[in-house]
Design a protein around this ligand. Structure first.
Ligand code: ADP
Length: 513
C-alpha cells in the first residue's frame, strides 16, 4: 500500500472537513462543558461536569489543572456518545475559557508544578499594590489597557516562580511553560504539539502589549518572568492544531479560541464599534466594541482586545459589576424570602413601582464607575408598607441600575451613544429586569433565543476559520430570532428612579471617598 502523505510526514493529518457540526468547549470556573452546535447556531447536544475549587487560605483560590483537563476530555467524549455525533462529523472545534487563571507546567513531563491559581485569587494583591506604589500604574495601563491587579495572570506567574521550590531555575532554563486555561487545554488536546494562546486571552495576562500585539519585554523584566515560558499568540479564528487521535478518532482541528467575555461579545455578533453586550450572571460583565481605538477610560474601565479575527483586532472597553445575580442568591439563601431566582420577575411586579425603596448591593465595595472598596451595601427608603415584594423588586432593579452606571461611563469614555444592548447570562432571563434595563437606558435590549452565547462565540470563531460559516452576515442571520425589550417608561418616572438610586449609592459610599 502506498504511503500516505501522513506517513511521509508531509501533513499532520488528512483533514476531514465534511463534518456538519462544530464542537464548542466552554471551560468555565464552576463547570466544564462540551456542546455540539449546528449551522443555525442551535445547541444539538451538550455535556457538563462541575469543577472543584479549593481555598487553601483566606483569599486564595486554586483549581486542579489535571481535573480541569480530564473533565474537559470526559465531556467531549460524553457529548459524542449522547448525541451519536462523532468526530467524523465535527468540522472544527472552538474553545472558550475562564480568563486570567494561571497554570505553569513542565515542558517534558506535562505535569503542572502547582495548582491553577484562579482569577479570583487575591494572594498577589501586595505585589500588584507594590507596582502601583512604585509608580508603574501608568506604564502598565498604557501598554496593556489594564490597571495593576492580582486578578490578571502576571503576578500569579511571578508568585509561582518565587514560591515553588526550584521553579525559577527551571523557568530560566526553558523547562517550564505558562498558560491560561485555553493554552493548557490546547497543549494537552494536541498531544503537546501546539503551545499557543489567542490575542483575547493574552490581553488579560498584564504582560501583553495590546498596541504592538506582542509580549512586552519591559513588563516581563519588571515582573522577572522569562519570555521563553510564554505561548505563541495567534488569531482567535485560525489554526491551533488537531486534537490527538487518542482523544478524538478523526482529529478535528481547533480553529477558534477566545476568553469567555470576548467569546460572548462575538457570539452576540457585536462586530461593529459601539455595539455592546452585558452578561447578567453572579456578577455582570459588560463589553463594548471600540473598533480599532484603544479607549483610555476616565472611569476606571479596562481596555482589552475584544475580537481578533481575519487579521484585524477590535478593541473593547470592559466593566464588571461584582454583585448582580448574587443579590438574588442572597435573598434566597440568607434572607430566605424567595424559593428560587425564577420567581423574582413575577414577585417584583406585584407593586406598580419601587415605592422609593433601593438596594445597593455593595457587599464587597463598589466597582466601576465608583471604585470604592470601603462602600457597603444598604437598603434605603423603607416604610411601613414595604414588604417582601418591595425587597425583591429593589434587588432586581439594582442589577439594571448598576449596569446603567457602567454603560453611561462607557458612553462617556467613547463619546458615542449605544443604540442597543445584547444580553445573556442567567439573570437575563428575567423579563422584568430586561424591561427595566431598556427603560433606564432608553434603548432596545436584545435577548437572543440561545442562552449559550459564550459557547456560540467560540463555535463561530472556529466555524468561520474552516468555511463552515461564510461570513459575519451568515452569523447575524442566526441571531434574527430574538426578543426585544423596548423602552416605555416616562422620562419623569425614569429620572425619579435614577435620582433615588444615585442618592442611595451616595449613602452607601464610604465617607473617605
Ligand atoms: P454564573 O455563570 O456567574 O454562575 P449564570 O449566568 O448561571 O451565572 O446566572 C446565575 C445567576 O443569575 C445567579 O446568581 C442567579 O441568582 C441569577 N439568576 C438566575 N435566574 C434568574 C432570574 N430569573 N432572575 C434573576 N436572577 C436570576
Amino acid at each position: 500500500m502506498a504511503l500516505s502523505l501522513k506517513d511521509l510526514g508531509l501533513v499532520d493529518q488528512a483533514f476531514d472537513t465534511s463534518g456538519s457540526y462544530i464542537m464548542a468547549l466552554d471551560c468555565g470556573t464552576t463547570s466544564v462543558r462540551a456542546l455540539i452546535i449546528d449551522s443555525y447556531g442551535c445547541v444539538v447536544a451538550q455535556a457538563s461536569r462541575a469543577l472543584k475549587t479549593v481555598y487553601p487560605q483566606s483569599g486564595w483560590v486554586e483549581q486542579d489543572p489535571i481535573e480541569i483537563l480530564a473533565s474537559q476530555i470526559a465531556v467531549m467524549m460524553e457529548v459524542q456518545f449522547k448525541s451519536g455525533i462523532h468526530s467524523d462529523s465535527i468540522a472544527a472545534l472552538g474553545i472558550t475559557n475562564q480568563r486570567e487563571t494561571t497554570v505553569v507546567w513542565d515542558r517534558d513531563s506535562g505535569q503542572p508544578i502547582y495548582n491553577a491559581i484562579g482569577w479570583q485569587c487575591r494572594r498577589t494583591a501586595p505585589l500588584a499594590q507594590q507596582l502601583i506604589d512604585e509608580g508603574y500604574e501608568k506604564l502598565v495601563r498604557s501598554k496593556t489597557g489594564l490597571t495593576p491587579d492580582a486578578y490578571f495572570s502576571a503576578t500569579k506567574i511571578a508568585w509561582i516562580l518565587d514560591n515553588v521550590s526550584g521553579a525559577r531555575e527551571l523557568a530560566e532554563s526553558g523547562q517550564l511553560l505558562f498558560g491560561t486555561i485555553d493554552t493548557w487545554l490546547i497543549f494537552n488536546l494536541t498531544g503537546g504539539r501546539v503551545f499557543a494562546t489567542d490575542y483575547t486571552n493574552a490581553s488579560r495576562t498584564m504582560l501583553f502589549n495590546i498596541h504592538t500585539l506582542d509580549w512586552d519585554n519591559d513588563l516581563l523584566k519588571l515582573l522577572n518572568i522569562p519570555r521563553r515560558m510564554l505561548p505563541e499568540v495567534r488569531w482567535s479564528s485560525g489554526e491551533f492544531g488537531c486534537v490527538s487521535s487518542d482523544i478524538m478518532t478523526h482529529r478535528p482541528r481547533i480553529t477558534g479560541v477566545a476568553g469567555d467575555q470576548q467569546a460572548s461579545l462575538f457570539g452576540h455578533c457585536c462586530f461593529e464599534p459601539g455595539q455592546a453586550k452585558n452578561t447578567y450572571g453572579t456578577g455582570c460583565f459588560l463589553l463594548m466594541n471600540t473598533g480599532d481605538t484603544v479607549v483610555e477610560s476616565q472611569n476606571g474601565l479596562l481596555a482589552t482586545i475584544g475580537i481578533a479575527e481575519s487579521g484585524k483586532v477590535s478593541y473593547a472597553l470592559e466593566g464588571s459589576i461584582f454583585h448582580a445575580g448574587s443579590v438574588i442568591q442572597w435573598l434566597r439563601d440568607k434572607l430566605q424570602i424567595i424559593g428560587s431566582a425564577e420567581e423574582t420577575a413575577a414577585v417584583a411586579q406585584t407593586h406598580p413601582n419601587n415605592g422609593g425603596c433601593y438596594m445597593v448591593p455593595a457587599f464587597s465595595g463598589l466597582g466601576a464607575p465608583w471604585w470604592d472598596a470601603e462602600a457597603r451595601g444598604l437598603i434605603s427608603g423603607l416604610t411601613g408598607a414595604s414588604d417582601r415584594a418591595t425587597l425583591v423588586r429593589a434587588a432586581c432593579e439594582s442589577m439594571a441600575y448598576q449596569s446603567y452606571d457602567v454603560l453611561r461611563a462607557m458612553e462617556t469614555d467613547v463619546g458615542t451613544k449605544l443604540d442597543s444592548l445584547s444580553v445573556d447570562g442567567g439573570a437575563s432571563r428575567n423579563d422584568f429586569i430586561m424591561q427595566f434595563q431598556a427603560d433606564l437606558l432608553q434603548i432596545p435590549v436584545k435577548q437572543t433565543e440561545s442562552v449559550e452565547t459564550t459557547a456560540l462565540g467560540a463555535a463561530y470563531l472556529a466555524g468561520l476559520a474552516v468555511g463552515y460559516w461564510e461570513d459575519h452576515e451568515e452569523l447575524r442571520q442566526n441571531h434574527d430570532i430574538a426578543k426585544w425589550f423596548m423602552p416605555s417608561m416616562s422620562d419623569k418616572e425614569r429620572q425619579r428612579n435614577l435620582d433615588g438610586w444615585h442618592d442611595a449609592v451616595a449613602r452607601a459610599r464610604s465617607s473617605r471617598s
